[in-house]
Design a protein around this ligand. Structure first.
Ligand code: FMN
Ligand code: SF4
Ligand code: SF4
Length: 240
């Protein structure tokens, strides 16, 4: 029977994980969550995976909306798992997903977080030991994939109230956060930012990006711009 992975990525960490899991378990399609909502899964799967980054101690808004609006039928025996990558504080990255799933009648069999490094250069700097962290991640991922292949289960528990408040504030304001992006004169209008945006939040108008206010704050546009022309509220200019 086939497997499927739904992933969300801004800067590629979660996509790397999704590809590694998919290659290892085999017969597995991977599907970008992006702006998709309200999907119905009728086909019976061996396993369904969700792979995404931790955002504000919880899950990205588009992942939240995707889970809350999806319907899964004919999959009572399907093994459902989640993997969330994070930079330094995982918060309730899996617990919040579990709660969203329970509210929508979906049972999460297994959930794990995996530490990588923070791409959130609005508040942090990219660490120097990325290579070491990637190697560590690969090792941990091997044991997570082994657990998935053996259909292991774990209990994720309930989200914490304080974490929930912090997270809900993020969800309320994130779409509009793109108003703080500014574009400097190095922009060459190449459109890379538009291409990498996972939720089609960028239009190129008169050779400059214009943000459409349904941003996920994933920072892909800022991180992948070949001219380092995108800056967030004058906090990120010149950062690695
Ligand atoms: C908006 C935003 C919020 C984040 N919040 C957290 C967080 O609460 N805890 C944490 O450890 N890392 C946080 N991070 C870092 C990411 O979870 C981490 O870098 C992840 O591996 C990025 O995955 P991606 O490359 O698939 O986008 C955040 C990153 C972004 C862009
Ligand atoms: S990727 Fe950078 S240089 Fe290219 S259009 Fe976007 S902002 Fe301009
Ligand atoms: S506009 Fe930039 S930060 Fe916002 S979702 Fe698109 S790529 Fe991510």
């Amino acid at each position: 029977m086939a497997n499927i992975i739904f992933y969300f990525t801004g800067t590629g960490n979660s996509l790397k994980i999704a590809r590694m899991v998919s290659n290892k378990i085999g017969n597995c399609e991977i599907f970008s969550i992006g702006s998709n909502q309200g999907i119905t899964i009728n086909k019976e799967y061996e396993s369904i995976g969700f792979i995404y980054p931790v955002y504000y101690w919880g899950v990205p808004k588009c992942v939240k909306d995707f889970i809350s609006s999806m319907t899964i039928t004919n999959n009572e025996k399907t093994y459902v798992y989640a993997i969330a990558s994070y930079g330094g504080f995982k918060g309730d990255g899996i617990k919040i997903l579990n709660k969203l799933m329970l509210d929508n009648g979906i049972k999460l069999n297994y959930g794990k977080t995996i530490r990588l490094f923070s791409n959130y250069i609005i508040n942090f700097n990219v660490p120097n030991d990325i290579k070491k962290r990637l190697d560590k991640c690969d090792k941990k991922l091997e044991s997570i994939i082994d657990s998935i292949q053996h259909k292991k289960t774990n209990s994720t528990g309930k989200p914490n109230g304080i974490v929930g408040k912090f997270y809900n504030k993020f969800i309320e304001t994130v779409s509009q956060q793109d108003k703080y992006f500014n574009i400097n004169s190095d922009c060459i209008g190449c459109g890379v930012c538009k291409e990498v945006c996972p939720v089609n939040n960028i239009e190129i108008v008169s050779n400059k990006p214009e943000f459409q206010h349904h941003c996920e704050q994933c920072l892909a546009c800022l991180q992948f711009c070949p001219k380092h022309a995108i800056n967030y509220n004058d906090k990120t200019q010149g950062k690695k």
